[in-house]
Write a protein that binds this ligand. Structure first.
Ligand code: SF4
Length: 358
């Protein structure tokens, strides 16, 4: 099935009612539309969790005052075109602005959609920056979606990064294995033959996105020695329930993918209808504990607006008591237990004091 790339295509395929289209025109003018063939096939009803991620809504026109075009601060830390250097030991290389799908909640929704990739000269300039900064140990390919590049271009990029002796790890952030599994060819898998440790971070948000073709592509990557991790976004109306998250993470592990990050929905423009509260997210994480084994549970994280980085949001299982060494610990059923740390006898050994010194 061909990708749907306009409101007209969505109407023609019965994914948007003709009567709804006029109200959606301003959405199409603001944010790109693209829905891959595989994801059209995964949609069962117009309002299901897959459809909600890709079919435009008039709610996207409701832009809140604290929403921004660059909610995680990519531009704040960009020393060279196409490169973000936020943390000392890693850089993000935005190799393309193109994706196989345009997700309605994307935190880069104002940056993605331009056809076109970084030019060869721009890639060389970005990698020159990496090679003169030996503290950089990891290059993360993102976009857009880096796996829309041809296997030949990816192989060339992998070889150039592998030639920088100070880099150990190559990470790829992608939605392609689920949204366009036909791209997971032998040529693509073999493009990642390198001395580098390669980590593929799959972006998927609902178990219904996984097809047999997606499962086969992910297993092929795993057989090639590529480490498979995931990132998902907690999305109201898509996966903000314990059964949806449980099934998503079980499906990932069935495909050899370790659930890694569950992102709190960023402050991108026009996505407030997808955003849960942090309290809701913490309650869901607490609910998963005990239901799922440890390897199935990702870390719930938030990117601090303005480019200050990502931090975990953890339900408070352990809180300090009144005196140093005293703790109150909550188990997965909600039972509260006192714990006396036998090694902590003075205030100098309390967490706050140690953190202040660090
Ligand atoms: S595939 Fe990724 S970069 Fe592209 S629109 Fe979706 S979330 Fe954004």
């Amino acid at each position: 099935m061909k990708a749907a790339v306009s409101l007209g295509d969505l109407v023609a395929r019965g994914l948007v009612e003709a009567a709804e289209a006029p109200a959606l025109l301003p959405v199409e003018q603001s944010f790109r539309i693209r829905l891959s063939g595989a994801m059209q096939g995964a949609i069962a009803t117009r309002d299901d969790p897959v459809a909600r991620q890709f079919i435009p809504s008039v709610q996207e026109l409701d832009i809140k005052p604290d929403e921004s075009g660059d909610p995680i601060g990519d531009e704040v830390h960009s020393p060279v075109k196409g490169l973000t250097h936020r943390y000392p030991d890693r850089v993000i290389l935005h190799v393309t602005k193109t994706c196989e799908v345009y997700c309605r909640f994307c935190f880069r929704r104002e940056a993605v959609g331009d056809e076109g990739h970084l030019s060869q000269d721009e890639i060389i300039a970005a990698l020159d920056y990496v090679s003169v900064n030996p503290a950089i140990r990891e290059v993360i390919l993102t976009g857009g979606d880096p796996l829309v590049l041809s296997p030949r271009r990816i192989k060339d990029l992998v070889e150039r990064i592998g030639a920088i002796s100070t880099v150990d790890t190559l990470r790829i952030h992608t939605r392609v294995p689920v949204v366009a599994p036909e791209r997971m060819t032998e040529a693509l898998v073999s493009a990642f033959e390198t001395r580098l440790t390669v980590i593929l971070v799959l972006h998927a948000n609902h178990a219904a996105e996984f097809t047999d073709a997606a499962r086969a592509g992910l297993r092929a990557m795993q057989r090639a020695g590529i480490m498979l991790l995931s990132q998902s976004v907690l999305l109201r109306g898509v996966n903000d329930s314990l059964p949806a998250l449980e099934e998503l993470f079980r499906e990932m592990l069935r495909c050899g993918v370790k659930p890694y990050y569950l992102h709190h929905c960023d402050l991108a423009k026009g996505v407030s209808h997808f955003r849960t509260t942090i309290a809701d997210g913490m309650a869901l994480m607490r609910g998963l504990r005990g239901k799922l084994a440890g390897p199935l549970i990702p870390t719930y994280v938030i990117d601090i607006a303005g480019g200050f980085g990502k931090v975990p949001i953890t339900p408070d299982y352990v809180v300090a008591g009144a005196t140093p060494g005293e703790w109150r610990i909550t188990d997965w059923r909600g039972g509260v237990h006192d714990y006396r740390d036998p090694h902590c006898t003075t205030d100098a050994q309390s967490v706050q004091t140690i953190l202040q010194k660090a």
